[in-house]
Design a protein around this ligand. Sequence first.
Ligand code: ADP
Ligand code: F6P
Length: 324
Amino acid sequence: MSKEINTIAVLTSGGDAPGMNACIRAVVRTGLAAGKTVKGIRRGYAGLLDEDIFDMSAKSVSDTLQRGGTILGTARCLEFKQPEVQQRAASICNKHGIDGIVVIGGDGSFQGAEKLASFGVNTIGVPGTIDLDIACTDYTIGFDTAVNTAMEAIDKIRDTSTSHERCSIIEVMGRKAGYIAEWCGIANGAEEILTYEEYDHDENRIIENIKHMRRIGKKHFIIVNAEGVGDSENMAKRIQEATGMETRATIIGHIQRGGSPTATDRVYASLMGAKAVDLLCEGKSNRVVALKHGELVDFDINEALKMQKTLDPYMVDVSKRLSR
Ligand code: ADP
Ligand code: F6P
């Protein structure tokens, strides 16, 4: 028999992502509309262990939809990997009358959510990461905003690169996933896209390509480098030395994690937050909300964590053809 849910809590965990506030707002407002008490937990699992828990009202999420970051704060809480700590967290939920939790975060956060579920707290994960590296879903909160932020930055670098006839190596985020790099590479018309998944580390090929492009009159050479590949500064030195083309490295960094979310991030984050509440109200637990082929669906967390995905080979192929 499924447990009746009276009180829902929401937390954000791992790296923040633009759109997390839209999701929190949706959890709060749809939870309240369903007649539930809604509580916020500050600083992810760390705040849960510190009992940093407070009641949320419709007003407490006013004026947050358009803001980047997360109003709840977030943390990486390594001690949460210990079973005794997870059990303590479940007891804290019981103490505060929390029957269900919405965890907005990435794969790591979902592993924590799965553990909470195993200790009797109904949990629903919502994919929130700029990296897009959650296998069960085609969309993660924050990716669209991050890509647009990086794209605009690369456009600006391209302007000055062209004026000075330089090669620019631009490092984007994504941990070990090349989605931001691949999207920016296509959106910015990069000559090279180096991703952890695809890069063969053949720098000589890149050098020969730069020389060829210069001979045929190209005024810039844009390399989008995913951070998983790394070493942009040293690569710039080596390329300048080998090609004679002035080369600069720019690491875009945390600017990609902030800023006002795009419409896509606001809307899907809102839908996913509402879906998480609907699942809890149906008595579901240990599920992840996902967007698959344009449809909102949900998966068992354990199944979701076992799934794998990689860059779309067609997208990779097209990006190569476009860069010639
Ligand atoms: P993300 O959720 O974006 O993947 P992390 O991998 O940093 O980010 O994980 C966020 C948090 O989730 C961690 O700091 C920890 O509190 C929790 N977490 C990660 N892995 C586990 C695990 N194996 N078991 C329990 N909790 C975990
Ligand atoms: O997971 C999001 C992300 O921004 C990654 O792209 C990046 O590798 C990492 O987090 C950076 O983490 P931190 O904010 O701890 O430097």
